[in-house]
Design a protein around this ligand. Structure first.
Ligand code: NOJ
Length: 556
C-alpha cells in the first residue's frame, strides 16, 4: 500500500461563495452565510472545504480577477469574518483550502496599475508586455474569453498579454520578484492557519518566451502549446514547494488545464516535490467539437471509461488523482453524465456519485451536487452573468459561426452559469438562499430539489452521499485499493474492481435507462452489498436496473 496521507483519505466540498448562502439580504452569498451552514457540511461528513476566491476583486470573472490578495471582497464580508469561518470550520474538524489565482491578477491590482504607467516603472516586468507587429497584436493568440489575448495600452504604446479577460493581465513568472511576492503572500495565508491551496490554471504560468503564432482554430490562434505545461512550470512549482508548501502540512491541488498523464506524474509526483494532486480535463473535454466546449453532444460511455481508467492506471504508484464530475466551470454532473428527468434524476445522481467515489483518488463534491442539482435553462440571454458565456455568444453569433438558437442550446448544456445558480436550501422564496434579490436567478426546480427536503430523508441523494463519505472512513480499500476496469467494451455499463490485500470491491454502474443483463462472476455470489441505489427494491442479481449502482465487497 502506498503512503497514507490525510488528503488522500479526505472528501473535499467546493464552495462557490457568491452562490452558497447570503446572510445580509444583498442577494450575494457571503462568509457569514457559509458559517451558518458549517453544521450542514459537518453532517454531510466532508473533511475539507475548497473556497473559490474570496479576495478583493472587481468581479470581472467573479473573483478570479484579484485586486488585493490580502483582503476580503467587500460583498463577502471582512477579514474578521474569514477568521471566524476558519475557526468555525477547524472546530468542526473541517479544513479550509483557498483558491490561489496567480497566473493573472485583476487590472485593478496595484502591481498592474503601476506596471502600465511607464516602461521604466519598477513593476513594469510584473506583467507580459510586447511591442505590436505591423500595427497589430504581437501574435495571433485568442484569449479564452474571446477576442485577442493581447490588449493595446495607449500609455506606453505596447500590448499586454491576458489569457483570460482583458481585465485579467497575466503575471510574468520569469521575474523573480513576482515569484517572491507570491510566495510571501502564500506564506501569509499559511501563517493564518489555512490548510492548503487549489491553484488556478497553474499549468499556464510559464510561457514560451518566443511567443509564436498559434494554429488558427475558429477566429484566433491557439496558445495552448506555448502556455500550457510551459518550459519552466515544474521549476517554478519546485521552487514554490521548497519555499512555502514544504514548510506546512497542506493539501495542494493544481488546476492543470491541458495536462497529460505524463505531465501529471511530475506535478503530483509521490515524491512530493511539487503538488499533492491535480485536476485533469480529459473527461470533461470529451464531447468537444469544432467550437470547443460549445456543443450539445453527449459523452460516449466507452470513451469516458477509457479516459477515467487511463488516469487510474497510469498514475498508479506514481502520482495521486483527484476525482470530479463538475465544479463552478462545468455543467451539473447529473445533467451532463446522468439523466436529469424527474424519473431518473435521483437514481442517476446516486449512480454517478458511486462511480466516482469508489475510484482511486480524492473526491470533490461541488455545492449542490449532493442534492442532485441540475442545469438551468434561462430563455433570455440577459439572465446569464458569466463572462465566458456572454462573450462567446457575442463573438460566435456576430461572426456567423452559430445561429442564436444553436448558441442558446449550447448554453443550456454548457454555460458555467449552470453550476452558479444559488444553492437550493429549502422551498421558501429564493430557495432560502437570500432574503433579497439574488445576483443570478434561482433554478425554478428548487421546489423539488432542496436541502431541507433531503437532509432527513434516508432515501435522498444527500443521504446517499453521506453514506458514501462514511464508507470511505471505514474501508481503506476505497482509498488505497488498486483499480481495474472490467467489461471495457460494454456500451451501457461502467464496471470496475478495486483490490487491497485480501479485500475486493466490485463496482457496477448502469449509465443508461435500460435494464441490462449482467451477472457478476461466481466468486461474487457470497459478497455483501456495501451500498446500492435501489435498496429495498426486489430485483434479479443478474440484471442492472436503469441507472442502478451497486458496490459488492468480498474478503477472502
Ligand atoms: C479557472 C477558474 O476555475 C475559472 O473560473 C476562471 O475563469 C479561470 N481559471 C481564470 O481564472
Amino acid at each position: 500500500m502506498e503512503a497514507r496521507n490525510w488528503w488522500k483519505e479526505a472528501v473535499v466540498y467546493q464552495i462557490y461563495p457568491r452562490s452558497f448562502m447570503d446572510s445580509n439580504g444583498d442577494g450575494i452569498g457571503d462568509l457569514k452565510g457559509i458559517i451558518s451552514k458549517l453544521d450542514y457540511l459537518k453532517d454531510l461528513g466532508v473533511d475539507v472545504i475548497w473556497l473559490s476566491p474570496v479576495y478583493q476583486s472587481p468581479n470581472d470573472d467573479n473573483g478570479y480577477d484579484i485586486s488585493d490578495y490580502y483582503s476580503i471582497m467587500g460583498e463577502f464580508g471582512t477579514m474578521e469574518d474569514f477568521d471566524a469561518l476558519l475557526d468555525g470550520a477547524h472546530k468542526r474538524g473541517i479544513k479550509i483550502v483557498m483558491d490561489l489565482v496567480v497566473n493573472h491578477t485583476s487590472d485593478r491590482h496595484k502591481w498592474f496599475i503601476e506596471s502600465r504607467k511607464s516602461k521604466d516603472n519598477p513593476y513594469r516586468d510584473y506583467y507580459i508586455w510586447r511591442e505590436g507587429k505591423d500595427g497589430k497584436e504581437p501574435n495571433n493568440w485568442g484569449s479564452r474569453f474571446r477576442g485577442s489575448a493581447w490588449e493595446y495600452d495607449e500609455e506606453t504604446d505596447m500590448y499586454y498579454l491576458h489569457s483570460y479577460s482583458k481585465k485579467q493581465p497575466d503575471l510574468n513568472w520569469e521575474n523573480v520578484k513576482v515569484r517572491e511576492d507570491i510566495y510571501q503572500m502564500m506564506d501569509w495565508w499559511c501563517q493564518k492557519g489555512i490548510d492548503g491551496f487549489r491553484m488556478d490554471v497553474i499549468s499556464m504560468i510559464s510561457k514560451d518566451q518566443s511567443f509564436p503564432d498559434g494554429e488558427v482554430k475558429g477566429l484566433y490562434g491557439d496558445f495552448s502549446p506555448y502556455i500550457m505545461n510551459g518550459p519552466k512550470v515544474h521549476d517554478y512549482l519546485k521552487e514554490m514547494n521548497h519555499k512555502v508548501l514544504s514548510r506546512y502540512d497542506l493539501m495542494t491541488v493544481g488546476e492543470t488545464i491541458g495536462v497529460t498523464t505524463g505531465e501529471a506524474k511530475k506535478y503530483a509526483s509521490c515524491k512530493g516535490d511539487e503538488l499533492n494532486m491535480i485536476f485533469q480535463f480529459e473527461h470533461v473535454w470529451l464531447s468537444e467539437g469544432k467550437l470547443g466546449k460549445w456543443t450539445d453532444k453527449k459523452v460516449d460511455l466507452i470513451e469516458l471509461k477509457n479516459v477515467m481508467s487511463k488516469w487510474q492506471t497510469e498514475l498508479k504508484g506514481k502520482a495521486w488523482n483527484s476525482l470530479y464530475w463538475d465544479n463552478h466551470d462545468q455543467p451539473r454532473a447529473v445533467s451532463r453524465f446522468g439523466n436529469d428527468s424527474t424519473k431518473y434524476r435521483n437514481l442517476s445522481a446516486k449512480m454517478l456519485a458511486t462511480c466516482l467515489h469508489m475510484m482511486k483518488g480524492t473526491p470533490y463534491i461541488y455545492q449542490g451536487e449532493e442534492l442532485g442539482m441540475t442545469n438551468v435553462r434561462f430563455e433570455k440571454l440577459e439572465d446569464y452573468k458569466d463572462i465566458d458565456t456572454l462573450n462567446t455568444y457575442e463573438e460566435y453569433v456576430s461572426n456567423g459561426l452559430v445561429t442564436k438558437e444553436e448558441m442558446m442550446r449550447y448554453i443550456h448544456c454548457k454555460s458555467r452559469d449552470n453550476a452558479r445558480t444559488p444553492m437550493q436550501w429549502n422551498d421558501n422564496s429564493n430557495a432560502g438562499f437570500t432574503a433579497g434579490i439574488p445576483w443570478i436567478k434561482i433554478n425554478p426546480n428548487y421546489i423539488d430539489i432542496n436541502a431541507e427536503a433531503q437532509v432527513n430523508d434516508p432515501d435522498s441523494v444527500y443521504s446517499y452521499y453521506k453514506k458514501l463519505i462514511s464508507l470511505r472512513k471505514q474501508y481503506d480499500i476505497i482509498v488505497y485499493g488498486n483499480y481495474q476496469l472490467l467489461e471495457k467494451d460494454h456500451e451501457k455499463l461502467f464496471i470496475y474492481s478495486r483490490t487491497l490485500g485480501n479485500e475486493k470491491l466490485l463496482i457496477l454502474c448502469n449509465f443508461t435507462e435500460d435494464i441490462v443483463d449482467y451477472g457478476p462472476e461466481k466468486e461474487w455470489e457470497s459478497a455483501t452489498v456495501l451500498i446500492d441505489n435501489y435498496s429495498g427494491v426486489e430485483r434479479k442479481s443478474n440484471q442492472l436496473l436503469p441507472y442502478e449502482a451497486r458496490v459488492l465487497y468480498s474478503y477472502s
